[in-house]
Design a protein around this ligand. Sequence first.
Ligand SMILES: O=P(O)(O)OC[C@H]1O[C@H](O)[C@H](O)[C@@H](O)[C@@H]1O
Length: 448
Amino acid sequence: MGNITLNVEKTLGFITKESLAAYEPKVKECMETLEKGTGLGNDFLGWLHLPSSITKEHLADLKATAETLRQNCEVVVVAGIGGSYLGARAVIEAMSNSFLWLEEKKAGQPIIVFAGHNIGEDYLAELTEFLKNKKFGVINISKSGTTTETALAFRLLKKQCEDQRGKEMARKVIVAVTDAKKGAARVTADKEGYKSFIIPDNVGGRFSVLTPVGLLPIAVAGIDIEQLVAGACEMEKVCANENMMENPAALYAATRNELYKEGKKIEILVNFQPKLHYFMEWWKQLYGESEGKDNKGIYPSSVDFSTDLHSMGQWIQQGERTIFETVVSVETPNHELRVPTDEENLDGLNFLAGKRVDEVNKMAELGTQLAHVDGGVPNLRVSVPVLNEYYLGQLIYFFEKACGISGYLLGVNPFNQPGVEAYKKNMFALLNKPGYEKESEAIQARLK
Ligand SMILES: O=P(O)(O)OC[C@H]1O[C@H](O)[C@H](O)[C@@H](O)[C@@H]1O
C-alpha cells in the first residue's frame, strides 16, 4: 500500500529550489526541538508519538462503548467545539455516505449530529425538536470541561435525555470525554456515574483527534478506528525522516514558510471532493490557532472545488497575489459512475459519454492548477490514494507534524492559543458571570 505524497514542484516558479534546500538544517533543528521537548509549548507534545502509543486494549474499550451507544440509540449527539468537535466531524463526514442521514435509521447504525459548537437558539431549539421521541444518546466532549457553548448544549441535552429515557438509561447513553480531574464535565460525569474517557493533559484540543475526543464519535459512526490509527502510525514513521526532501511534513513546513516570506500571506486548502469539507475546517483550526499569533502567521482558508470555482475562483485567479494553494487530491474514488450516452445530445455532453465522472473532475483539477499557477498562485499538492480511514489517519498526522515544525520555523509557540480568551472575557463580563464584576463594570462603561 502506498502513502500520501506531497508535490511542491508548482511552487518553484515563485520560490527557488535553493531557497527551499536552505531550510534543511532549520527544519532538522525544529524536529529535534520537538523530539527533545525543549521548545515553546513543550508541555503539549503528547500528540507527537500518540499514534504508536495507542494500545489494542484502549481501542477495544472505545469500541465497546461505541457499541453500547450504537445498540441503544437512533441518534447520537456529539457535543463539543473547536478541537473537541472538528476532528470527529472531519473523519465522519469524509467516511460517510453523503445521503445516508436522509434514510430511515436502522438499528445499530445511529445518525450522528453535532451540538455545542454554536450558541444559535434556533439551532438548539430545532435540535431539541428533532430529538423528541427519539432514542438518543450524547457524547459530551470538552478538554477544559467549562466551555460555554458545549456546557450550554449539554445542559439542555442531559435534561431532555433523562426526561425522555429515564435516569437509568441516560446513564448508559451519556458518555463524557474530558480532563482526568478538572472541570464541570468531569464533576458531572463522576457524580452521575457516566462512562468517561480522559483527554491527556499534554495533548491540546486541536491535536486531539486521535484521542477519545475523535476516536469515540468516529467509532460510534461505524468507522474503522484501527485503520485510522494504523495510517497515523505509518505517517509517524515517514515524518520522522531527517532528510527534508523525503519527509512530507518537513517539506510542507519549509515550503509554506518560504512562500510566506515571499509575501504569500494566505494559504487556501483545496478539495475536489465535497466530503473533505470538514477536514478543511479541522485543518483551519490546527493552523490558525497554532500559527496566528505575535502579529504573524499565514491565514488558513479553504475552498471546495469545483463548487467554489464558480464563486471564489475569480478572486483566486485575478485578485491580490498574496495567496498560495494546497490541494488535497484523492486519486481514486470509492464508486464508479459513467456519463451516459444521450441520442439527442441536447446538452452537448456526448463528448463525455462513457467517461467516468472522476475523469471530468480530474481535468477540472488539472485545468485549475495550470490556470492558477499561470495566474500567479503557487500550488502544492497532497495526493491521497483513496479516501479511507487509513489515508485519513495519514493525512491527520502529516498535517499535525508539519504544523509543529512550521510553527517553530515561524518562531511562535504553536501549542497555545491565548488570543481566544479575549472574546470570552468580554462575553462573561457582558453576561455578568460571577467573578467578572470588575470587568462587567468596565465593559458597561465602554458601552455608554
Ligand atoms: O475542549 P474544550 O476545553 O471545550 O475547548 C474547545 C476549544 O475551545 C477553545 O476556546 C480553544 O480555542 C480551542 O483550542 C478548543 O479546542
